[in-house]
Design a protein around this ligand. Structure first.
Ligand code: MG
Length: 457
């Protein structure tokens, strides 16, 4: 039932009142208390209804419930820990299309449920193990209206507020009609920014643009930053655990550049430490943190994996190239508003523009390709991929997630998608043409491998 980021299903198909009731009841069976359960939602059309279904099911199972309303996923994670809750349940489907919704479980430490908890919930669900309480054991349902300000105060305590306020940064904020509407404008106001908002009405039909913050979806933000002469633009995805940026010229900044920039700044401030990031991330990260005593710990792809590895490795900073960044001094969760505050901090402390900061990073080029591969052939193809790679030239081979081979020119990684019948290919080099050449050669190799296996079958 649980994918890499909780449960995401189409509303009215798999995601019914019955399904959500049984699932919430199974969570209550696994974690019957003693603390309150926090229930929060994103801004999707079905979220108010499903949030109430979750609260009702938990209350009927005897748990005390604290409804925290519409908030970004990281804000709910922050509050689960701050309120010493037994767990949190978030009704959200992040950046998925509007027909989706989902559920994400949060442990008392603010991290996503562990795989063990997810398996226990699945077993309770499958076994129909639900708590049925008599009338005098029904849990109280209360409301907490301080979730947004508690979270924003937490972020403010981690940046140089006075210095940032003096600069009166000009910011264009695109909330993508999602949950950040209740927190990021508040944060910008508290940091003395002169800001305008786009798509700042919560609306689960996503009238502004698709809620995934890709360059194509953010053309409105790009135009506005250019017209308004802002210091930068920022956009969140639907549940605001991610932030992506547009520089003062109105140029979209690739996620790996912000990851690299904030990795360096965090390690510099921290006087060394570990950056945790998946195998898909740029070599630029290791290069910029090395002079400050930092080192990289690679993981498999997926933000819950990165969070857990940060906990184990005592990582100072972590994240992925899609704009999901984790700051250990704040919380071990991807956090869009914290990323926004840190970018403001770096702009002010460096006295430079965002485009200058990005231009000064090492000039690595990361190229991504997709190749179709039927799921039935996935394992067979994976076994043959090392033979496609130039291993005579390889200095290092890693099978942590897919297969990654490092050569003097750069590296190439081939990994199957977790959700689609495709292989993803990542290639990086300091030279764009070389990176494109490596990716192209590998794409052709995987394509002909799939074709020959399909022919044989
Ligand atoms: Mg998200």
């Amino acid at each position: 039932m649980f994918g890499t980021n909780g449960i995401r299903e189409v509303v009215g198909q798999k995601l019914t009142v019955r399904f959500v009731t049984d699932l919430a009841s199974a969570v209550a069976y696994v974690h019957p208390g003693p603390g309150p359960a926090v229930v929060g939602t994103d801004a999707r059309t079905s979220s108010p209804a499903l949030g109430r279904v979750v609260s009702g099911a938990l209350s009927m199972a005897g748990l005390k419930v604290l409804e925290i309303g519409v908030l970004p996923t990281p804000a709910i994670q922050y509050n689960v820990k701050a309120l010493r809750a037994t767990f949190g349940l978030i009704v959200t489907a992040s950046h998925n299309p509007p027909e989706f919704n989902g559920l994400k479980g949060i442990a008392p430490d603010g991290l996503e449920f562990t795989k063990e908890t997810e398996r226990a919930v699945e077993a309770a669900y499958a076994g129909g193990k639900f708590l049925a309480q008599p009338y005098d054991r029904i849990g109280e349902i209360g409301q907490d209206t301080q979730g947004a300000s508690r979270y924003v105060e937490g972020i403010l305590s981690r940046v140089s507020g006075d210095a940032i306020r003096k600069r009166k940064l000009r910011v264009v904020l695109d909330c993508s009609n999602g949950a950040s509407v209740v927190t990021s404008p508040m944060l910008l106001a508290r940091l003395g920014a002169r800001y305008v908002t786009l798509n700042a009405n919560p609306d689960g039909t996503f009238p502004g643009h698709n809620s995934e913050p890709t360059e194509d979806n953010l053309q409105g933000l790009v135009q506005y930053v250019r017209t308004a002469g802002a210091d930068f633009g920022v956009a969140h995805d639907g549940d605001a655990d991610r932030a992506v940026f547009v520089d003062e010229r109105g140029v979209y900044v690739p996620g790996e550049k912000i990851l690299t920039l904030l990795a360096r700044e965090t390690i510099k401030l921290n006087g060394g430490g570990t950056v945790v990031t998946p195998v898909t991330s740029s070599d630029a990260v290791a290069e910029v943190i090395a002079p400050y005593g930092g080192k990289v710990h690679f993981t498999r792809v997926g933000s819950p994996v990165v969070s857990r590895a940060m906990q184990e490795q005592k990582g100072a900073f972590g994240g992925e190239e899609n704009g999901g960044l984790i700051f250990a001094d704040h919380q071990l969760a991807r956090d869009g508003a914290m990323s926004l505050a840190r970018v403001m901090d770096v702009l002010v402390s460096s006295g430079r523009t965002l485009s200058q900061l990005v231009a000064d990073l090492p000039p690595y080029h990361l190229v991504k390709r997709k190749v179709r591969c039927p799921i039935a052939l996935r394992e067979k193809v994976l076994a043959e991929i090392p033979a496609l790679m130039d291993r005579g030239n390889a200095s290092e081979v890693s099978t942590l997630d897919g297969v990654k081979v490092r050569t003097p020119e750069g590296w190439v990684l081939v990994r199957p998608s977790g959700t689609e019948p495709i292989y993803r290919i990542f290639a990086e080099s300091r030279d764009r043409k070389t990176a494109e050449g490596i990716a192209e050669k590998m794409a052709k190799g995987v394509e002909s491998l799939v074709a020959s296996m399909e022919g044989a079958a």
